[in-house]
Ligand binder design. Structure first.
Ligand code: WQD
Length: 341
């Protein structure tokens, strides 16, 4: 079996991607320092796949420790790099922590990719790189606006570090720009486990509905959208995960037409915050306790993907609906509550 290194493998997207990789015949190892995650999630991965995944508790900002993992695994054929801090709000208050962590870790993993002659590299990017687009839906060639937050800037800089590196290196790369990953694996054995008060919409909805949070706020309903609330392209975490397997297959099968290909990972449908809440209430029968509050700094008004390129070139077709996203997110929240009782 081909061995893949997943960095951030104990995270939300990383763990779901590991499941999909294993189900598609890959052997997987993880590097995750568990600063924002727990390796407990790999127990869920094992329950789903029947496969134990080794996680190296290593800080990717430590080059020597990172290099040691590669020395112990000379048969790695591809890397998917997820490991990064990802909170927009936190990054505004801690820019240097974000630039240090997200960029130093990327540089180290790229150095090892070079040194150990690994030729397949998939980077976890984000629709944040588009900023507030002039036109929607966005395609991969939509011009990038200045980053709206240090988090978004680390994704833009991360893409630039990669594109400059591969000018002098024969690493075949794919940049995957996620829109808004939500929901949980249908087995409800793994899902999103935000640390502290969730900044993202769907965990805020499910934690409010289950009573973990007393209420939630809709950050503004005076935007120029169909109902005044912000519009996003929500995409099920399992659809995102499968796109990574397809991206790796694409690289390993040497289908990369240039040595760096970008793909949008969104459904191609935009939903407003209020529409997501209404769908959640319809699917779960819960009444959500929310109020309309002020706008949130840094929020993009509206963005959703043109995903034709990923469909055409990767053969990627998202399977899950917004209803599925709300259903699995709610079932996972209920599971977490039952585990606490
Ligand atoms: C969505 C909408 C909020 C919470 C960011 C990153 C992106 C990705 C996901 C990492 C916005 C509104 C939210 C709440 C609300 N990051 N909202 N009340 O900001 O689109 O994307 O997180 O993978 O790269 O940019 O996601 O879920 O935070 O917000 O009204 O309690 O929900 O204002 O309009 P966002 P989000």
């Amino acid at each position: 079996m081909k061995k893949i290194l997943v960095t951030g493998g104990c995270g939300y997207i990383g763990s779901h991607t590991i499941v999909d990789l294993i189900e598609n015949g890959y052997e997987v190892i993880s590097i995750d320092n568990n600063s924002r995650s727990s390796s407990d999630i790999l127990t869920g991965v094992e329950s789903i796949t029947g496969t134990q995944v080794k996680n190296y508790v290593v800080d990717l900002c430590n080059y020597d420790d990172t290099k040691q993992v590669f020395k112990e695994n000379p048969d790695i054929v591809g890397i998917i790099h997820f490991a990064a801090y990802k909170s927009v709000g936190e990054s505004v208050g801690n820019p240097l922590m974000y630039f240090d962590n997200n960029l130093a870790s990327l540089v180290n993993i790229l150095k090892c990719t070079e040194e150990f002659n690994i030729s397949n590299f998939v980077f976890s990017s984000s629709c944040t790189v588009y900023g507030n687009p002039d036109e929607i839906p966005v395609t991969e060639s939509t011009p990038q606006k200045p980053g709206e937050s240090p988090y978004g800037i680390t994704k833009q800089m991360g893409e630039q570090i990669i594109t400059e590196t591969i000018k002098v290196d024969n690493i075949q790369t794919i940049l995957l720009r996620y829109f808004n990953p939500v929901g949980a694996h249908p087995s409800i054995l793994i899902g999103e486990t935000p640390i502290g008060k969730p900044a993202n919409l769907v965990p805020a909805i499910t934690q409010t509905a289950i009573g973990k949070l007393p209420a939630m706020q809709v950050h503004g309903n005076d935007y120029p959208t169909r109902d005044g609330s912000c519009l996003r392209d929500y995409i099920h975490i399992c659809d995102i995960a499968h796109a990574h397997t397809l991206a790796l297959n694409y690289l390993i099968d040497k289908k990369n037409k240039t040595n760096c290909t970008v793909f949008n990972l969104g459904t191609g449908n935009g939903y407003t915050v209020l529409e997501v809440i209404k769908t959640f209430e319809k699917v779960t029968g819960q009444r959500l306790n929310y109020t309309i509050g002020p706008r949130r700094n840094g929020d993009v008004v509206a963005i959703y993907a043109n995903r034709d390129k990923a469909t055409k070139e990767l053969g990627w077709n998202p399977q899950y609906t917004l209803e599925d996203m709300m259903h699995t997110a709610w079932q996972w929240e209920l599971k977490l509550k039952n585990e606490l009782n």
